[in-house]
Design a protein around this ligand. Structure first.
Ligand SMILES: Cc1ncc(COP(=O)(O)O)c(C=O)c1O
Length: 412
């Protein structure tokens, strides 16, 4: 009989702190203050601070439930639902009839799963010396790429002093420090966490650099339609890259935000290759990885999304839902900005208005963020990022007053 181990085989593992978003939620829940506000996670809330099931999604639920497909709990294919991933591809790429045979599309476990599947495939096939992320980027990008053993490097993105895109240094770094075959992760629109996107001219320059340096662009598209309210405008950058001669790229796509299907995990990975022959090889490898990781992606959310994307009337109504969400966010940016100006809060707050999408990078320092939390019971990420849809007419004055106090507190 073997002896019973007295010490765990895992006792040497290092302690991993809880992800910053979840740690913030825990602190918020534990705060007994009667008035408190959390502006942490990237999740849409309505004007009353409540989750919002899109009216279009409710209609899609009724349609799907009425059909009562007897196969609704069957497995999907390894690639997922073809109806879903082709409709998703057309939404993202627009009309690409000439290249369609060269695009590999597979359903993924939302945007995170698409990033992760793409990272695994690109790490194996391109063997990049590094992946280049914007500094800062969505916190999970570095985690995802570290998990596949690729060195993570950063290109400058945010000019903290001017609260703008640091375009000049971004380009300088990409021109001088990257190696051919490296992957560059680009946010298709509504950059997380800064809310600052390149202009169209700047995107063209980034595409030039990618082609000149032999970088492989990996677009992360988590906010199409959610950012500006216009699906085509928010896909402009990706479509510009995809429309170039000799451009191969990958794109992760999520329907968490633009359809409010967060927990359903609806997304897709698309890889634009140089030829149908290359696409067929890529598909085989992507499916091999998908088989090992999730086997088949989940069905119900994809069925709801397909219903919206392929039913003309529902699609038109979805455009209104997108406009409602993006307009409410813009209204809240203006409300917060105007409150700070009315209070005479020291500093320039114009960047809150010009940033786009779910987040605003306020420029508040870690000490000011801590003051907000301990004195104002307003919880935001240490980086100073706020999730704008967490603001509503009932709390925006309160949040502005708390920011005012933190800034006036003489805290740098
Ligand atoms: C830039 C970016 N990529 C991907 C995601 C992934 O979201 P999901 O996995 O819910 O689609 C998010 C979510 O916040 C994001 O901001």
């Amino acid at each position: 009989m073997g002896s019973i181990p007295t010490e765990s085989l895992f006792s040497e593992l290092s302690d991993i702190p809880l992800d910053s978003h979840y740690a913030l939620k825990e602190e918020f829940s534990a705060d007994p203050a009667p008035k408190k506000v959390i502006l942490g996670s990237g999740i849409y809330r309505d004007g009353n601070g409540m989750p919002w099931v899109l009216p279009t999604v409710k209609e899609a639920e009724d349609i799907v439930d009425n059909i009562g497909d007897p196969g609704r709990y069957d497995y999907l294919q390894i690639a997922g639902s073809a109806a879903f991933y082709t409709a998703a591809r057309d939404l993202l790429f627009g009309r690409v009839d000439t290249k369609v045979e060269s695009i590999v599309s597979v359903q993924a476990v939302s945007g995170t799963g698409a990033n992760s599947l793409g990272a695994r495939f690109l790490s194996e096939s391109l063997k990049p010396s590094a992946v280049w992320l914007s500094n800062p980027s969505w916190v999970n990008h570095a985690n995802i790429w570290s998990l596949v053993g690729v060195e993570v490097k950063y290109y400058p993105y945010w000019d903290a002093e001017k609260r703008l895109l640091d375009f000049e240094n971004m380009i300088k770094t990409l021109e001088s420090h990257t190696k051919p075959g490296d992957v560059i992760v680009l946010h298709g629109c509504a950059h997380n966490p800064t809310g600052v996107d390149p202009t169209k001219d700047q995107w063209k320059t980034i595409a030039d650099v990618c082609q000149r340096r032999g970088l492989f662009p990996f677009f992360d598209n988590a906010y199409q339609g959610f950012a500006s309210g216009d699906l085509d405008e928010d896909a402009w950058a990706l479509r510009h890259f995809a429309g170039r001669e000799n451009m191969e790229l990958a794109a992760a796509q999520s329907f968490s935000k633009n359809m409010g299907l967060y927990g359903e995990r609806v997304g897709a990975l698309h890889i634009l290759t140089a030829s149908p022959d290359a696409a067929s090889k890529v598909k085989g490898h992507v499916l091999r990885i998908q088989r090992g990781q999730v086997s088949q992606p989940p069905r119900r959310g994809a069925t709801l999304a397909t219903t919206i994307l392929t039913n003309g009337k529902l699609f038109q109504k979805w455009l209104l839902d997108l406009r409602e969400m993006s307009s409410r966010i813009k209204d809240m940016r203006k409300a917060l900005h105007d409150e700070l100006v009315a209070l005479g809060t020291p500093g320039d707050w114009g960047h809150i208005l010009t940033q786009i999408g779910m987040f605003s990078y306020t420029g508040l320092s870690p000490a000011q963020v801590e003051h907000l939390r301990s004195e104002g019971h307003v919880y935001i990420l240490a980086s100073g990022r706020i999730s704008v849809p967490g603001l509503n007419p009932g709390n925006v004055k309160y949040v502005a007053a708390a920011i005012d106090k933190a800034v006036r507190g003489g805290l740098a």
